[in-house]
Design a protein around this ligand. Sequence first.
Ligand SMILES: Cc1ncc(COP(=O)(O)O)c(C=O)c1O
Length: 408
Amino acid sequence: MIYDFDQEINPHGTNSVKWECVPSDNGLVPWDKTDPALGNDRVLPMWVADMDFCSPQPVIDALVERARHGIFGYAVPTERYYQAVVDWMARRHGWQVEPDWICTTPGVVPALYVLVRTFVAPGQKVLVQPPVYHPFYRAITDNGGEIVRNPLILEDGRYRMDFDDLAGKLADPNLKLAILCNPHNPIGRVWPADDLRRFGELCAEHDVLVIADEIHGDLILPGERFVPFASLGQDFARNSITCTAPSKTFNLAGLHTSNIIVPDDELRNRFRQALNASGLPWLNPFGITALEAAYAKGEDWLAQVLTYLNGNLDTLDSYLRERLPAVRLIRPQGTYLAWLDCRGLGLSEERLKQLMLDEARLLVEEGSIFGPEGEGFLRVNIACRRTTLVEALDRIATALAARASAPA
Ligand SMILES: Cc1ncc(COP(=O)(O)O)c(C=O)c1O
Protein backbone atom coordinates (compact mmCIF):
# COMPACT_ATOMS: atom_id res chain seq x y z
CA MET A 1 0.00 0.00 0.00
CA ILE A 2 1.21 3.51 -0.82
CA TYR A 3 0.81 5.98 2.06
CA ASP A 4 0.20 9.68 1.53
CA PHE A 5 2.05 11.63 4.22
CA ASP A 6 1.07 14.92 2.55
CA GLN A 7 -2.56 14.30 3.45
CA GLU A 8 -4.02 16.96 5.75
CA ILE A 9 -5.56 15.49 8.90
CA ASN A 10 -7.56 17.64 11.30
CA PRO A 11 -5.98 17.08 14.72
CA HIS A 12 -8.51 19.06 16.71
CA GLY A 13 -10.80 17.42 19.23
CA THR A 14 -8.46 14.44 19.64
CA ASN A 15 -6.97 15.32 23.06
CA SER A 16 -3.62 15.70 21.30
CA VAL A 17 -0.92 17.15 23.56
CA LYS A 18 0.71 18.73 20.52
CA TRP A 19 -2.42 20.33 19.08
CA GLU A 20 -4.58 20.97 22.17
CA CYS A 21 -2.03 22.01 24.83
CA VAL A 22 0.89 24.34 25.25
CA PRO A 23 3.84 23.91 27.59
CA SER A 24 4.04 26.50 30.36
CA ASP A 25 6.00 27.04 33.56
CA ASN A 26 3.19 25.10 35.29
CA GLY A 27 3.39 22.13 32.95
CA LEU A 28 0.95 21.53 30.10
CA VAL A 29 -2.02 23.85 29.96
CA PRO A 30 -4.97 23.77 27.57
CA TRP A 31 -4.23 25.76 24.44
CA ASP A 32 -6.49 28.79 24.57
CA LYS A 33 -6.99 29.52 20.89
CA THR A 34 -8.73 32.80 21.74
CA ASP A 35 -5.62 34.05 23.56
CA PRO A 36 -4.15 36.77 21.33
CA ALA A 37 -0.65 35.60 22.32
CA LEU A 38 -1.24 32.12 20.90
CA GLY A 39 -4.03 32.75 18.45
CA ASN A 40 -6.48 30.51 16.72
CA ASP A 41 -4.50 28.06 14.62
CA ARG A 42 -1.75 30.58 14.23
CA VAL A 43 1.00 28.85 16.17
CA LEU A 44 2.53 25.75 14.62
CA PRO A 45 3.45 23.13 17.25
CA MET A 46 6.73 21.42 16.35
CA TRP A 47 7.89 20.44 19.82
CA VAL A 48 6.46 17.24 21.32
CA ALA A 49 7.93 14.11 19.72
CA ASP A 50 5.07 12.47 17.91
CA MET A 51 4.14 12.49 14.23
CA ASP A 52 1.38 14.30 12.34
CA PHE A 53 0.89 11.10 10.28
CA CYS A 54 -1.67 8.29 10.64
CA SER A 55 -0.28 4.98 11.86
CA PRO A 56 0.02 2.06 9.40
CA GLN A 57 -3.32 0.87 7.99
CA PRO A 58 -2.97 -2.68 9.43
CA VAL A 59 -2.64 -1.10 12.89
CA ILE A 60 -5.76 1.02 12.38
CA ASP A 61 -7.65 -2.03 11.09
CA ALA A 62 -6.59 -4.16 14.07
CA LEU A 63 -7.60 -1.44 16.53
CA VAL A 64 -10.99 -0.97 14.87
CA GLU A 65 -11.60 -4.69 15.04
CA ARG A 66 -10.56 -4.77 18.70
CA ALA A 67 -12.81 -1.80 19.47
CA ARG A 68 -15.75 -3.55 17.79
CA HIS A 69 -15.41 -6.38 20.28
CA GLY A 70 -16.71 -3.92 22.84
CA ILE A 71 -15.17 -5.32 26.02
CA PHE A 72 -12.16 -3.43 27.33
CA GLY A 73 -11.34 -5.12 30.62
CA TYR A 74 -7.85 -5.60 32.06
CA ALA A 75 -5.44 -7.04 29.53
CA VAL A 76 -2.12 -8.87 29.66
CA PRO A 77 0.24 -9.67 26.82
CA THR A 78 0.28 -13.28 25.65
CA GLU A 79 2.94 -15.38 23.95
CA ARG A 80 1.96 -13.79 20.62
CA TYR A 81 2.91 -10.35 21.93
CA TYR A 82 6.32 -11.45 23.22
CA GLN A 83 7.01 -13.35 20.01
CA ALA A 84 6.19 -10.21 18.00
CA VAL A 85 8.83 -8.28 19.97
CA VAL A 86 11.39 -11.11 19.64
CA ASP A 87 10.80 -11.40 15.89
CA TRP A 88 11.03 -7.63 15.39
CA MET A 89 14.35 -7.34 17.23
CA ALA A 90 15.80 -10.30 15.31
CA ARG A 91 14.54 -9.22 11.90
CA ARG A 92 15.18 -5.48 12.11
CA HIS A 93 18.24 -5.37 14.34
CA GLY A 94 19.84 -8.82 14.30
CA TRP A 95 19.43 -9.05 18.08
CA GLN A 96 18.23 -12.38 19.50
CA VAL A 97 16.08 -11.59 22.52
CA GLU A 98 14.54 -14.27 24.76
CA PRO A 99 10.82 -13.71 25.47
CA ASP A 100 11.52 -14.00 29.24
CA TRP A 101 13.81 -10.98 29.13
CA ILE A 102 10.95 -8.63 28.21
CA CYS A 103 9.32 -6.57 30.95
CA THR A 104 6.38 -4.46 29.80
CA THR A 105 5.76 -0.94 31.08
CA PRO A 106 3.30 1.81 30.16
CA GLY A 107 6.10 3.99 28.77
CA VAL A 108 9.86 4.34 28.73
CA VAL A 109 9.92 7.36 31.03
CA PRO A 110 8.03 5.56 33.83
CA ALA A 111 10.48 2.68 33.37
CA LEU A 112 13.45 5.06 33.70
CA TYR A 113 12.03 6.35 36.99
CA VAL A 114 11.71 2.80 38.33
CA LEU A 115 15.16 1.85 37.03
CA VAL A 116 16.84 4.76 38.81
CA ARG A 117 14.94 3.94 42.02
CA THR A 118 15.97 0.29 41.75
CA PHE A 119 19.65 0.61 40.95
CA VAL A 120 20.68 3.95 42.47
CA ALA A 121 20.52 4.67 46.21
CA PRO A 122 19.82 8.27 47.26
CA GLY A 123 23.01 10.28 46.92
CA GLN A 124 24.52 7.94 44.32
CA LYS A 125 25.29 9.17 40.81
CA VAL A 126 24.01 8.64 37.28
CA LEU A 127 25.88 9.64 34.13
CA VAL A 128 24.19 11.32 31.16
CA GLN A 129 25.58 12.76 27.93
CA PRO A 130 24.16 16.25 27.37
CA PRO A 131 22.62 17.77 25.41
CA VAL A 132 20.14 15.00 26.10
CA TYR A 133 16.42 14.21 26.46
CA HIS A 134 15.47 16.33 29.48
CA PRO A 135 13.27 13.83 31.39
CA PHE A 136 16.48 11.88 32.11
CA TYR A 137 17.45 14.65 34.52
CA ARG A 138 14.17 14.52 36.43
CA ALA A 139 14.17 10.71 36.53
CA ILE A 140 17.52 10.95 38.35
CA THR A 141 16.92 13.88 40.70
CA ASP A 142 13.29 13.01 41.55
CA ASN A 143 14.61 9.69 42.83
CA GLY A 144 17.38 11.17 44.97
CA GLY A 145 20.19 10.56 42.47
CA GLU A 146 22.89 12.98 41.47
CA ILE A 147 23.52 13.90 37.82
CA VAL A 148 27.01 13.49 36.37
CA ARG A 149 27.49 15.07 32.96
CA ASN A 150 29.68 13.72 30.19
CA PRO A 151 28.98 16.37 27.53
CA LEU A 152 29.10 15.43 23.87
CA ILE A 153 31.51 17.35 21.67
CA LEU A 154 30.36 19.05 18.47
CA GLU A 155 33.11 18.89 15.86
CA ASP A 156 32.78 19.62 12.14
CA GLY A 157 28.99 19.44 12.30
CA ARG A 158 28.87 16.09 14.08
CA TYR A 159 28.73 15.13 17.76
CA ARG A 160 31.13 12.65 19.30
CA MET A 161 31.53 11.17 22.77
CA ASP A 162 34.31 12.46 25.02
CA PHE A 163 35.84 9.17 26.15
CA ASP A 164 38.61 10.73 28.26
CA ASP A 165 36.04 12.65 30.28
CA LEU A 166 33.85 9.53 30.41
CA ALA A 167 36.64 7.36 31.81
CA GLY A 168 37.37 9.94 34.52
CA LYS A 169 33.74 10.26 35.56
CA LEU A 170 33.09 6.51 35.58
CA ALA A 171 36.00 6.02 37.99
CA ASP A 172 33.91 7.59 40.79
CA PRO A 173 32.83 4.57 42.91
CA ASN A 174 29.61 6.39 43.76
CA LEU A 175 28.54 6.40 40.10
CA LYS A 176 26.22 3.43 39.55
CA LEU A 177 24.35 3.97 36.31
CA ALA A 178 25.02 5.44 32.86
CA ILE A 179 22.16 6.35 30.53
CA LEU A 180 22.97 5.90 26.88
CA CYS A 181 20.60 7.45 24.35
CA ASN A 182 20.80 5.76 20.94
CA PRO A 183 19.70 7.27 18.59
CA HIS A 184 20.46 10.31 20.69
CA ASN A 185 17.66 12.79 21.36
CA PRO A 186 17.92 15.75 20.58
CA ILE A 187 20.93 15.54 18.23
CA GLY A 188 19.79 12.53 16.18
CA ARG A 189 23.16 10.78 16.34
CA VAL A 190 23.14 7.01 15.76
CA TRP A 191 26.17 5.78 17.67
CA PRO A 192 28.56 3.55 15.72
CA ALA A 193 29.32 0.06 17.08
CA ASP A 194 32.89 1.04 17.98
CA ASP A 195 31.71 3.90 20.18
CA LEU A 196 29.13 1.67 21.84
CA ARG A 197 31.76 -0.97 22.48
CA ARG A 198 34.14 1.54 24.03
CA PHE A 199 31.33 3.06 26.12
CA GLY A 200 30.24 -0.42 27.29
CA GLU A 201 33.75 -1.60 28.10
CA LEU A 202 34.47 1.48 30.19
CA CYS A 203 31.18 1.08 32.07
CA ALA A 204 31.84 -2.63 32.72
CA GLU A 205 35.39 -1.89 33.88
CA HIS A 206 34.00 0.46 36.54
CA ASP A 207 31.00 -1.68 37.43
CA VAL A 208 28.52 0.85 36.09
CA LEU A 209 25.23 -0.51 34.76
CA VAL A 210 24.13 0.78 31.32
CA ILE A 211 20.57 1.82 30.57
CA ALA A 212 20.29 1.95 26.77
CA ASP A 213 17.31 4.09 25.80
CA GLU A 214 16.71 2.87 22.24
CA ILE A 215 13.16 4.15 21.83
CA HIS A 216 14.15 5.80 18.51
CA GLY A 217 16.07 2.72 17.35
CA ASP A 218 13.73 1.90 14.48
CA LEU A 219 13.83 5.42 13.06
CA ILE A 220 17.09 5.09 11.19
CA LEU A 221 17.45 7.25 8.13
CA PRO A 222 18.54 5.82 4.77
CA GLY A 223 22.21 4.85 4.63
CA GLU A 224 22.68 4.68 8.42
CA ARG A 225 23.05 1.59 10.59
CA PHE A 226 21.73 1.07 14.11
CA VAL A 227 23.30 -1.45 16.47
CA PRO A 228 21.47 -2.30 19.72
CA PHE A 229 23.92 -1.97 22.61
CA ALA A 230 23.08 -5.40 24.04
CA SER A 231 23.62 -7.09 20.66
CA LEU A 232 27.37 -6.37 20.88
CA GLY A 233 27.89 -9.53 22.90
CA GLN A 234 27.03 -11.35 26.11
CA ASP A 235 29.09 -9.10 28.35
CA PHE A 236 27.28 -6.04 26.99
CA ALA A 237 23.87 -7.71 27.29
CA ARG A 238 24.48 -8.81 30.88
CA ASN A 239 25.48 -5.32 32.01
CA SER A 240 22.63 -3.46 30.33
CA ILE A 241 18.92 -2.80 30.30
CA THR A 242 17.41 -1.74 26.97
CA CYS A 243 14.32 0.45 26.65
CA THR A 244 12.32 -0.07 23.46
CA ALA A 245 8.81 0.64 22.21
CA PRO A 246 6.79 0.82 19.01
CA SER A 247 5.61 4.27 20.11
CA LYS A 248 8.00 6.54 18.20
CA THR A 249 8.32 4.12 15.29
CA PHE A 250 4.61 3.85 14.46
CA ASN A 251 3.23 6.99 16.16
CA LEU A 252 1.58 5.06 18.98
CA ALA A 253 2.85 7.01 22.01
CA GLY A 254 -0.64 7.57 23.40
CA LEU A 255 -1.15 3.82 23.71
CA HIS A 256 1.54 3.55 26.41
CA THR A 257 3.17 0.26 25.50
CA SER A 258 6.90 -0.24 26.02
CA ASN A 259 9.27 -3.14 26.41
CA ILE A 260 12.23 -3.05 28.75
CA ILE A 261 14.62 -5.83 27.85
CA VAL A 262 16.76 -7.19 30.70
CA PRO A 263 18.92 -10.20 29.72
CA ASP A 264 20.47 -10.68 33.18
CA ASP A 265 18.30 -12.75 35.56
CA GLU A 266 19.27 -10.97 38.75
CA LEU A 267 18.86 -7.46 37.31
CA ARG A 268 15.52 -8.50 35.81
CA ASN A 269 14.21 -9.91 39.10
CA ARG A 270 15.13 -6.71 40.91
CA PHE A 271 13.50 -4.58 38.23
CA ARG A 272 10.33 -6.76 38.17
CA GLN A 273 10.00 -6.49 41.93
CA ALA A 274 10.40 -2.73 41.76
CA LEU A 275 7.83 -2.53 38.97
CA ASN A 276 5.38 -4.51 41.09
CA ALA A 277 6.06 -2.21 44.03
CA SER A 278 5.57 0.94 41.94
CA GLY A 279 1.87 0.42 41.27
CA LEU A 280 2.24 1.22 37.59
CA PRO A 281 -0.72 0.09 35.50
CA TRP A 282 -0.56 -2.95 33.25
CA LEU A 283 -0.65 -2.54 29.52
CA ASN A 284 -3.93 -1.63 27.85
CA PRO A 285 -5.67 -3.84 25.27
CA PHE A 286 -5.25 -1.30 22.47
CA GLY A 287 -1.51 -1.00 23.04
CA ILE A 288 -1.12 -4.78 22.89
CA THR A 289 -3.20 -5.04 19.70
CA ALA A 290 -1.36 -2.15 18.07
CA LEU A 291 2.10 -3.52 18.87
CA GLU A 292 1.27 -6.94 17.45
CA ALA A 293 -0.13 -5.46 14.24
CA ALA A 294 2.67 -2.91 13.83
CA TYR A 295 5.51 -5.35 14.36
CA ALA A 296 3.89 -7.95 12.10
CA LYS A 297 2.59 -5.72 9.31
CA GLY A 298 4.06 -2.23 9.71
CA GLU A 299 7.38 -2.49 7.89
CA ASP A 300 6.04 -1.28 4.58
CA TRP A 301 4.73 1.92 6.23
CA LEU A 302 7.98 2.36 8.16
CA ALA A 303 10.07 2.23 4.98
CA GLN A 304 7.84 4.87 3.39
CA VAL A 305 7.79 7.17 6.41
CA LEU A 306 11.59 7.08 6.67
CA THR A 307 11.87 8.06 3.00
CA TYR A 308 9.42 10.92 3.59
CA LEU A 309 11.31 12.11 6.70
CA ASN A 310 14.55 12.06 4.74
CA GLY A 311 12.86 14.20 2.09
CA ASN A 312 11.82 16.64 4.82
CA LEU A 313 15.41 16.81 5.99
CA ASP A 314 16.60 17.51 2.43
CA THR A 315 14.01 20.29 2.17
CA LEU A 316 15.06 21.73 5.53
CA ASP A 317 18.75 21.53 4.68
CA SER A 318 18.47 23.24 1.30
CA TYR A 319 16.08 25.90 2.64
CA LEU A 320 18.52 26.80 5.42
CA ARG A 321 21.50 26.88 3.05
CA GLU A 322 19.71 29.09 0.54
CA ARG A 323 17.62 31.37 2.70
CA LEU A 324 18.77 31.15 6.32
CA PRO A 325 22.52 30.53 6.18
CA ALA A 326 23.00 31.71 9.78
CA VAL A 327 21.07 28.61 10.94
CA ARG A 328 22.80 25.27 10.49
CA LEU A 329 21.22 21.84 10.48
CA ILE A 330 23.05 19.18 12.45
CA ARG A 331 21.73 16.48 10.19
CA PRO A 332 20.30 13.56 12.20
CA GLN A 333 21.09 9.95 11.31
CA GLY A 334 18.01 8.77 13.17
CA THR A 335 14.83 10.13 14.83
CA TYR A 336 12.58 12.79 13.30
CA LEU A 337 14.13 15.57 15.34
CA ALA A 338 16.20 18.27 13.70
CA TRP A 339 18.81 20.01 15.83
CA LEU A 340 19.37 23.51 14.55
CA ASP A 341 22.48 25.43 15.42
CA CYS A 342 21.19 29.01 15.68
CA ARG A 343 24.26 30.50 17.32
CA GLY A 344 25.04 32.30 14.07
CA LEU A 345 22.00 34.52 14.66
CA GLY A 346 23.77 36.07 17.64
CA LEU A 347 20.60 36.03 19.79
CA SER A 348 20.36 35.31 23.49
CA GLU A 349 18.43 32.18 24.48
CA GLU A 350 15.53 34.32 25.71
CA ARG A 351 15.47 36.37 22.50
CA LEU A 352 15.60 33.25 20.32
CA LYS A 353 12.64 31.75 22.19
CA GLN A 354 10.71 35.00 21.88
CA LEU A 355 11.51 35.22 18.16
CA MET A 356 10.17 31.70 17.59
CA LEU A 357 6.95 32.06 19.57
CA ASP A 358 6.00 35.72 19.28
CA GLU A 359 7.30 36.55 15.82
CA ALA A 360 7.60 33.29 13.84
CA ARG A 361 4.63 31.80 15.77
CA LEU A 362 6.26 28.41 16.22
CA LEU A 363 6.36 26.17 19.27
CA VAL A 364 9.76 24.48 19.19
CA GLU A 365 12.04 23.25 21.98
CA GLU A 366 14.81 25.63 22.97
CA GLY A 367 18.12 23.80 23.19
CA SER A 368 18.93 24.70 26.79
CA ILE A 369 16.19 22.43 28.15
CA PHE A 370 18.45 19.55 27.08
CA GLY A 371 21.30 20.99 29.15
CA PRO A 372 23.35 24.20 29.02
CA GLU A 373 25.32 22.63 26.14
CA GLY A 374 22.18 23.14 24.03
CA GLU A 375 22.10 26.89 24.41
CA GLY A 376 21.71 28.62 21.05
CA PHE A 377 20.17 25.52 19.45
CA LEU A 378 16.57 24.58 18.69
CA ARG A 379 14.99 21.14 18.41
CA VAL A 380 12.36 20.99 15.71
CA ASN A 381 10.08 18.01 15.09
CA ILE A 382 10.00 17.43 11.31
CA ALA A 383 7.47 14.56 11.34
CA CYS A 384 4.91 16.80 9.70
CA ARG A 385 3.59 17.46 6.20
CA ARG A 386 6.23 18.99 3.96
CA THR A 387 4.05 22.04 3.40
CA THR A 388 3.88 22.56 7.19
CA LEU A 389 7.66 22.38 7.39
CA VAL A 390 8.09 24.93 4.60
CA GLU A 391 5.50 27.18 6.23
CA ALA A 392 7.48 27.02 9.49
CA LEU A 393 10.68 27.92 7.65
CA ASP A 394 8.96 30.79 5.83
CA ARG A 395 7.77 32.08 9.18
CA ILE A 396 11.30 32.04 10.58
CA ALA A 397 12.67 33.76 7.45
CA THR A 398 9.96 36.44 7.63
CA ALA A 399 10.49 37.03 11.36
CA LEU A 400 14.24 37.38 10.86
CA ALA A 401 13.81 39.71 7.88
CA ALA A 402 11.40 41.90 9.86
CA ARG A 403 13.86 42.00 12.70
CA ALA A 404 16.74 42.93 10.40
CA SER A 405 14.77 45.81 8.84
CA ALA A 406 13.40 47.12 12.20
CA PRO A 407 14.97 50.39 13.34
CA ALA A 408 17.65 49.76 15.93
C1 LIG B 1 14.94 9.22 24.32
C2 LIG B 1 13.50 9.15 24.73
N1 LIG B 1 13.14 8.31 25.72
C3 LIG B 1 11.83 8.21 26.10
C4 LIG B 1 10.86 8.98 25.50
C5 LIG B 1 9.43 8.89 25.95
O1 LIG B 1 9.05 7.61 26.20
P1 LIG B 1 7.58 7.24 26.65
O2 LIG B 1 6.63 8.10 25.90
O3 LIG B 1 7.48 5.81 26.30
O4 LIG B 1 7.54 7.47 28.12
C6 LIG B 1 11.20 9.86 24.47
C7 LIG B 1 10.18 10.71 23.84
O5 LIG B 1 10.44 11.62 23.13
C8 LIG B 1 12.56 9.93 24.08
O6 LIG B 1 12.94 10.76 23.10
